[in-house]
Design a protein around this ligand. Structure first.
Ligand code: NAD
Length: 326
């Protein structure tokens, strides 16, 4: 790894945790400074548990910090000789952005501006940041390619992610910072996010509760297993670019009903399904075109939905005592 002191924002989050763990396990000469505000959008006990695993590594330093406060960011990080930022911290979730849009304004707009300003002020050459497949909105043309128009976000969450890509371009143009945006497609796996549908489904299946299935189950998602996403992030850190955006998906959309069937199979129980109409802000299909990521990142997702869900369900079953209380 050509970078030696990496700032990872959202390090106690799902993707941040897996990325930090990968780097700490594979590169003994790399130090990570992780920041997270441990907010309560979903149960912070899970964030604490992930963070405790990371803290066992001597090359991991954790600071509980909210990056929507610029002065605190500067005060705590200015003398730390950071040579790369991987900005994964954000207010995620499409549905919640209809309830509390200000949380998205603070973390995703102001927070990301603060991170980019910090990079400019302290001469950090490169920022890798999280975008989302949700920027493709209701696009009809599939698979979604990085060249497609993304001017019609259908949730505020998507609008903030699109705004991040535009802000990144400006910081690249004005200050020459290398900016790499990664559009993740429905990432799932062990230590995942309890607010996401697959996690809620697994919980309900084990508790014997019915699940809400929107658009009467007629949806497809390009589910991407966490280790494949981490491969893509690491590759985007190691290669040099100017300003780029990459899809990190699986390019194999899965029908929601088949997905639920797999969960039932690996958890060993069936579930009652409440078939409901489509929810505001959601899209019917996500499907990543990976030609650019394959070519420039050598990105090649390896874990099938069957294998990924089998691993997730095994982890879930082994830890169900505490997971079911989340
Ligand atoms: N998981 C997915 O399927 C998915 C899909 C598309 C995009 N993304 C994006 O990937 C990134 C990581 O997502 P994740 O799934 O790991 O989510 P996560 O919620 O598990 O992780 C994000 C972390 O950021 C922290 N955070 C939020 N606001 C903060 C602030 N103001 N200051 C400091 N820390 C703050 C949270 O406490 C959380 O631990 C996010 O930018 C998300 O929008 C995720």
């Amino acid at each position: 790894m050509k970078y030696k002191r990496i700032l990872v924002t959202g390090s106690a989050g799902f993707i941040g945790f897996h990325l930090c763990r990968r780097i700490l396990e594979r590169y003994s000469d790399v130090e990570i400074i992780g920041i997270d505000n441990m907010n309560k959008y979903y149960n912070p006990v899970l964030k604490e548990m992930r963070n405790n695993i990371l803290k066992k590594h001597e090359n991991y330093t954790f600071l509980k910090l909210d990056f929507s406060h610029y002065d605190r960011l500067v005060e705590n990080l200015k003398d730390r000789d950071i040579d790369l930022i991987v900005h994964l911290g954000a207010q995620p979730g499409v549905r919640y952005s209809l309830k509390d849009p200000w949380a998205y304004e603070r973390s995703n707009l102001l927070g990301t501006l603060n991170i980019f300003e910090f990079a400019r002020r302290f001469n950090i050459d490169k920022v890798v940041y999280a975008s989302s497949s949700s920027v493709y909105g209701g696009n009809k043309k599939i698979p979604f390619s990085e060249d497609d128009r993304t001017d019609y976000p259908i949730s505020l969450y998507a609008a903030t992610k699109k705004a991040n890509e535009l802000m990144a371009y400006t910081y690249h143009h004005l200050y020459g910072i290398e900016m790499v945006g990664l559009r993740f497609f429905t990432v799932y796996g062990e230590w995942g996010r309890p607010d996401m549908a697959y996690f809620k489904f697994a919980k309900s299946i084990l508790l014997g509760k019915p699940i809400d299935v929107y658009n009467y189950g007629k949806m497809e998602r390009d589910f991407t297993y966490i280790s494949d996403v981490v491969d893509g992030i690491v590759s985007s850190m190691e290669r040099s670019f100017n300003y780029e955006i990459f899809n990190l998906g699986n390019s194999k959309p899965v029908k929601l009903m088949y997905f639920i069937e797999l969960l039932e199979r690996y958890l060993g129980k069936t579930v009652k399904k409440n078939l409901l109409p489509m929810q505001e802000g959601e899209v019917v299909v996500t499907y990543a075109d990976l030609r650019k990521s394959r070519e420039l990142l050598d990105y090649n997702p390896k874990v099938s939905i069957e294998e990924g869900l089998r691993r997730f369900c095994n982890w879930f079953l082994e830890n169900k005592e505490w997971i079911l209380k989340l």
